[in-house]
Design a protein around this ligand. Structure first.
Ligand SMILES: [Zn+2]
Length: 268
């Protein structure tokens, strides 16, 4: 079953049933709908209390989810074998202004930025075997932009939000948007300094590069990035109406449930 349908079954339907139950079945203090009940000032106090508790719990769960991702990513990073940076890579990194770089023991040509609180650009020695100096410079500038914007942490936060609020498709849409806008921005940084050709060649050469989970790899989103490289119009980043509509309905159901709980727990 698709995540959208799952969320309908596991969240939207119970929310709807709970809302109806609170309105008609549970002995409501005023025997009327929960949401209209909120016009009473005291009910707003109950609503604010319940909403605060729900929000506080959500923030706590979000922080736990983020911490788990941060810890597992840093553990996987620490397990990567490290090798000395070659002089050529050190020189290129210094030339383009990379502030933190490490070389990993990997037989292929890879480049990514990873690390939640201390983002670092990771490259493999194979990068210089596969790419020319201009192309490596384009890759390093791209990754340095990820480093400066703390892209790995930014993406982890967005992914944790999307997982927590899985029933709101607009949040998942936004999490993907964080990734694509970060990639396009990093490409523009490289374009400004080395021009389109080295960047295009690097993108082509590393198109099948495996991504490091929890990091911001150089490859990925090739179609969108090539469109930007060619000067073609990049699709506008607006959530589709369908996604906005579904999210609004589910949000109103969640609001209804909170209003219902507020009415039930209210002590006159
Ligand atoms: Zn990237």
């Amino acid at each position: 079953m698709k995540p959208d349908r799952l969320s309908i079954v596991f969240l939207a339907v119970p929310l709807l049933i709970a809302d109806i139950a609170c309105t008609f079945l549970v002995p409501c203090p005023r025997s009327v709908s929960c949401i209209p009940n909120l016009v009473q000032p005291m009910n707003w106090v109950s609503f604010a209390t319940v909403a605060g508790l729900v929000l506080g719990s959500a923030v706590l769960i979000w922080a736990c989810m983020l911490s788990i991702t941060v810890v597992s990513t840093s553990r996987r990073l620490s397990q990567l074998g490290r090798v000395h940076l070659t002089d050529d890579l050190v020189e290129l990194a210094r030339m383009v202004g990379v502030t933190r770089i490490a070389s990993i023991d990997n037989g292929t040509a890879v480049a990514f930025c990873a690390g939640a609180f201390r983002p670092t650009v990771f490259v493999s020695p194979g990068l210089l075997l596969r790419l020319g100096p201009d192309e490596v410079a384009a890759v390093l500038i791209h990754e340095q932009d990820h480093l400066l914007r703390r892209e790995p942490l930014r993406r982890m936060c967005a992914q944790a939000s999307a997982r927590l609020l899985f029933f709101l498709p607009v949040v998942s849409w936004w999490a993907k948007e964080v990734v694509s806008s970060g990639e396009l921005r990093a490409d523009r940084a490289a374009l400004d300094r080395v021009g389109p050709k080295p960047l295009a060649r690097a993108l082509w050469a590393l198109r099948s590069e495996a991504a490091f989970a929890g990091g911001a790899a150089f490859a990925g989103l090739a179609q969108l990035r090539v469109a930007q490289l060619l000067g073609d119009p990049v699709p506008r980043s607006r959530p589709p109406l369908r996604i906005l509509g579904i999210s609004a309905i589910r949000l109103s159901l969640a609001f209804g449930l909170i209003a219902c709980l507020a009415t039930v727990v209210h002590v006159p």
